[in-house]
Design a protein around this ligand. Structure first.
Ligand code: F6P
Length: 340
């Protein structure tokens, strides 16, 4: 078999480990792999390079993706969709492994519906793909945010201030939850919960009373009543670029005016997406990359390699694509247990 592979959507730590997983597993089973550059753009425009095991040696611990990525939607125009099918045929691709989040997997599902053999691999720092317990990239990216919160704690403590940290995550609060829980924030605001200003100020005041400072984590996806209909720009899949709304800064202003305590905000943005994948993400990405090849070899096309409990298995693309997998009430209950 001739495998094609691409990495689409926002990059995250572990993509290179997943590519290595695909290439090495395919090669060990007697198959070859071609990598498409810059996500679906590379398939549409015929930008590809052969990937042999030697090409993926030494990339396991490198952040980003050696293939490049983009937020290109190959089905935005029918002419592009036709080009995608032609290019795959021209490259002699038997099965395409699409590594990405919901947008990339939606495009993979559309391609599968049009008769191409496709396998999906879920990745995203947002941890919001349906049908898998964890996505790789999440643990590494959230560890960066926890590190940032701990640094902010030092300066907040020295100046007796409140500091608000805004983190990524789109419309799922997993990154904020992980940061607040592992970093010991006084309050964590996630998109899954309605903004409650009175409760937020209570937590902040309690933190300041107890230690002289307070830390608040805000997910970029929360809604503040007066910021609806914001003018933030959108990507090719019509997703608003949420960080442009600056909700962390807005929350900081509200805290200062309600409590009278000097308040600052920080937005770490894409810093969260860079750097070496941690142990969990390296191993998960390796398992899912090689699991995708195993699904193809078993003829299970149109499936996504996912983690369920501690096992890698396959589920139909239809089950993985859809609204984001958001934070569940049991996690929120745990999070709020540790807020003052
Ligand atoms: O989906 C991953 C993510 O980092 C989100 O958390 C964030 O909202 C978005 O990508 C940012 O997109 P871009 O890299 O296109 O600015």
């Amino acid at each position: 078999m001739r495998f094609g592979v691409l990495t689409g959507g926002g990059d995250c730590p572990g993509l290179n480990a997943a590519l290595r997983g695909v290439v090495v597993r395919a090669s060990r089973s007697g198959h070859e792999t071609v990598g498409f550059l810059d996500g679906w753009k590379g398939v549409r425009d015929g930008l590809a390079r052969p990937l042999a095991p030697a090409d993926v040696a030494g990339i396991l611990d490198r952040g980003g993706t050696i293939l490049g990525s983009s937020r290109t939607n190959p089905f935005a125009k029918e002419a592009d969709a036709a080009r995608v099918l032609d290019r795959l045929a021209a490259q002699g691709i038997d099965v395409l492994v699409a590594i990405g989040g919901d947008d990339t997997l939606s495009a993979a599902r559309e391609l599968h519906r049009r008769g191409t053999k496709v396998i999906g691999v879920p990745k995203t720092m947002d941890n919001d793909v349906r049908g898998t317990d964890w996505t790789f990239g999440f643990h590494s990216a959230t560890a960066v945010a926890v590190d940032a919160l701990e640094r902010l704690r030092d300066t907040a403590g020295s100046h007796h201030r409140v500091i608000v940290l805004e983190v990524m995550g789109r419309h799922a609060g997993w990154v904020a939850l992980g940061t607040g829980l592992a970093g010991g924030a006084d309050a964590t605001l996630v998109p899954e919960e309605k903004y409650d200003e009175a409760a937020l100020m209570d937590h902040v005041r309690a933190g300041v009373r107890a230690r002289g400072y307070a830390l608040v984590v805000v997910s970029e996806g929360i809604e503040l009543e007066d910021r609806r209909g914001s003018t933030a720009s959108s990507d090719e899949f019509a997703h608003e670029l949420l960080r442009e709304r600056g909700v962390g800064e807005a929350v900081a202003r509200r805290i200062q005016s309600a409590t009278g305590v000097e308040t600052r905000s920080a937005q770490i943005g894409h810093i969260q997406r860079g750097g070496t994948p941690d142990l969990f993400d390296r191993i998960l990405a390796t398992r899912l990359g090689s699991g995708a090849v195993d699904l193809a070899l078993a003829g299970r096309f149109g499936q996504v390699a996912v983690l369920r409990g501690n096992a890698v298995t396959g589920i139909p693309l239809d089950e993985a694509v859809g609204p984001p997998r958001t934070v569940t009430p049991d996690w929120l209950d745990l999070l709020h247990t540790f807020e003052p």
